[in-house]
Design a protein around this ligand. Sequence first.
Ligand SMILES: [Zn+2]
Ligand SMILES: [Zn+2]
Length: 360
Amino acid sequence: MTVLASGSKGNSAVVSTDRTHILVDAGLSCRELLRRLAVAGEDPGTLSAILITHEHQDHVAGLGVLARRLGIPVFLTEPTHRAWVRMLTPRSTMTYAQWLDRFAIEKAEKERALVAAATVPTYAPLGPAPADIAADLEAIAAISVEAAIFDPALNAPLLAVADIPDEPCELTATKPGETSAKSSLTPSKIDPTYLPAVEYFHSGTGFTIGDIDVCPFTIPHDAADPCGFVFSNMGIRFGLATDLGYMPPNVKSALRDVDLLLLESNHDLEMLKDGPYPWSVKQRVLSRVGHLSNFAAAEFLERDYDGCAHTIILGHLSESNNVPELARIAAEHAVGDRMRLLGNRIVLAQQHAPIDAITL
Ligand SMILES: [Zn+2]
Ligand SMILES: [Zn+2]
């Protein structure tokens, strides 16, 4: 297992056995993910799947481009998938009122295009057929209306698509001459939300990728359906829990008996309180659906952790509100004597470079 990146500027890790390799989160650009895989000695061509914890940008920034480039399936929950699609849909960057105006304009444009298409025998092969545009607009409208009704946050501007680092995906562009019949049955491959294959899972229900058993569990975080994972193979278990506001009982029990643990140690409480973030962001980080502090991680390690891990990786450290040594000292103090008896080596995941692979 290795962590390619960890922190609010991007998260990604690789879990491998001899024959299965899974990328967990893709929160850097596709190019940077490929570069870090190379640095870590991982061949991207051997990746079997991408697994997503939640739709925040620092976990999905390179998802679409990488999945299309490698042609591999993406495993995520349906609410996470829908939230990701919504995030990449330009309409979600406006208020609901603005979206209604825009939709009326686009509807008129679509009707004009349909009339024009009826008089023109062919259309450009690289674009979707007018019928596809109509279907897409309807699908987007359905998602956006539902989102606007159920998600008041959509009335505030979200991240614009232009902010998302992306790269051309030459392997998946629709080939010239490809028939319109095919493109009307499958989503447009140049659509930024297109994924080669999507597999839904549910938190609490295990599934298998190759020879790795994956057990997803719900975590408290301000995303659509966030989760952590326990991976297991041949009796070796690896638990991953970052992006959580606190440690609820289900997470504590999921992380029992793990041989390797990646645990969030996001911020030092004093640094966050005195730090540069606006008050509203501080409140969000500190909330029950925010991020785990050094103190909360240490509290878990001291009171609830069973001491079974060979290595504990501290991850998702804030660059503004934490210092690696503070996180390490808090965790080491919490683990105490168990560090010598049973392993419990403490490693700090990094934002800007992969850590050395941990092999068990
Ligand atoms: Zn998050
Ligand atoms: Zn995150």
